[in-house]
Ligand binder design. Structure first.
Ligand code: PLP
Length: 390
């Protein structure tokens, strides 16, 4: 009965792990959930109030498919202020979360036969979304030594006449890798020379450590800007994952196509959440710094703790809220790869994390530190004990 497309799609492994951890918790197990892909902070009060106000003021009806004008204007101002990017409101689309923006972009841009370059380790949805359109994901490995940043020479080597797009994600989920300006300049050069569309997923832009600064590849010149769609969301920056508001800035024709696709599929992002997102983007921004300070403390403790465990080696992530330790040295006996190890740690240590194979690297696991310091300490002790039994 099912379409070929539906038969080929995999369930989201990150959502599956999260669901399993929550189910075990509900059964009374003391599970530490390192699988989470969302901040553990609550949505700030002023943003919640804006949502409540929107309901009271009657913003409870359909909106334009691509989002309401005041939110588009807030996004225009955000791109200008934070990223040095000049867009007008007709170059902006609002969607039901960045995942949905990315899906709309895949539908709007890719034809069967197109090749889409995805650096690995990658966010789980990129290859699946590309495959759903009939296009071909071209997975390009990055090395741990480079901080999981794409090597421009390797990029050049996989470009063919069929290459349509490159999906960039900085800071990266799952690796925490961050591209600096120099790296982005070299990638932009290659994209421009080969007329490659760049989809730049910047949802973790506010979560960068050690004084590094986020650079949007679209800000590196008019030519690369004309080829780039910048994707962002309020989800991670403002602890608003459940509100489902993502957005993109890009060429008018692409934005129009995404808007039309939304008009025929979801109609519009939630009216109430759009009003809350205006408050997020235009209201006080202090919670961003507060979250960053806390995540930074956890990051350092987690990485230090992981490196203290025999058989685990972990680079210091430079952004987002994930560590991506190499656990290959633990593969022995029954434990043949990252999925076996994750299952073992869930059962033996009651620690949920996501196997690296889901992100295109079986040597690693993804550990989220969007959990309390107390949980981090508890989980580190339990992992050390469990690993000692291997
Ligand atoms: C969480 C996440 C998204 C999706 O964000 P939503 O706005 O919740 O849909 C997109 N890209 C990456 C890399 C993410 O980690």
């Amino acid at each position: 009965m099912l379409s070929q497309r539906a038969r080929n799609i995999n369930p989201s492994p990150t959502l599956t792990v999260d669901a399993k951890a929550k189910a075990m918790k509900a059964e009374g197990h003391d599970v530490v959930n390192f699988g989470v892909g969302e901040p553990d902070f609550d949505t700030p009060e002023n943003i919640k109030e804006a949502g409540i106000r929107a309901i009271r003021e009657g913003y409870t009806k359909y909106t334009p498919a691509g989002g309401i004008l005041p939110l588009k204007q807030a996004v225009v101002d955000k791109f200008k202020g934070d990223n040095g990017l000049e867009y007008s409101t007709n170059e902006i689309v609002i969607s039901c979360g960045a995942k949905h923006t990315l899906y709309g972009l895949a539908e709007a841009l890719f034809d069967p036969g197109d090749e889409v370059i995805i650096p690995a380790p990658y966010w789980v949805s990129y290859p699946e979304q590309v495959r759903l359109t009939g296009a071909t994901p071209v997975i390009l490995e990055t090395s741990e030594d480079s901080g999981f940043v794409l090597d421009p020479e390797a990029l050049k080597a996989v470009v063919t006449s069929k290459t349509k797009a490159l999906i960039l994600n900085s800071p990266s989920n799952p690796t925490g890798g961050v591209y600096d300006r120099a790296a982005l300049e070299r990638i932009a050069e290659i994209a421009v020379a080969n007329n490659i569309v760049v989809i730049s997923d910047e949802v973790y832009e506010t979560l960068i450590y050690d004084g590094m600064k986020h650079v949007s590849i679209a800000s590196l010149g008019a030519e690369i800007k004309a080829l780039t769609v910048v994707v962002n969301a309020v989800s991670k920056s403002y602890a608003m994952t459940g509100w489902r508001i993502g957005y993109a800035g890009g060429p008018v024709d692409v934005i129009k196509a995404v808007t039309n696709i939304q008009g025929q599929s979801t109609s519009n992002p939630c009216s109430i959440a759009q009003h809350a997102a205006i408050e997020a983007l235009t209201g006080p921004q202090d919670m961003i710094a507060t979250m960053l300070v806390e995540f930074d403390k956890r990051r350092k403790r987690l990485v230090e703790g992981l490196n203290a465990i025999e058989g685990i080696s972990c680079q210091m992530p430079r952004g987002a809220f994930y560590a991506f330790p190499n656990v290959k040295a633990l593969y022995r006996g029954e434990i043949k790869g990252s999925e076996d190890l994750s299952m073992f740690l869930l059962e033996e240590a009651k620690v949920a994390l996501v196997h690296g194979a889901a992100f295109g690297s079986d040597d690693h696991v993804r550990v989220s530190y969007a959990t309390s310091m107390e949980d981090i300490e508890k989980a580190l002790a339990r992992i050390a004990e469990a690993v000692g039994k291997l």
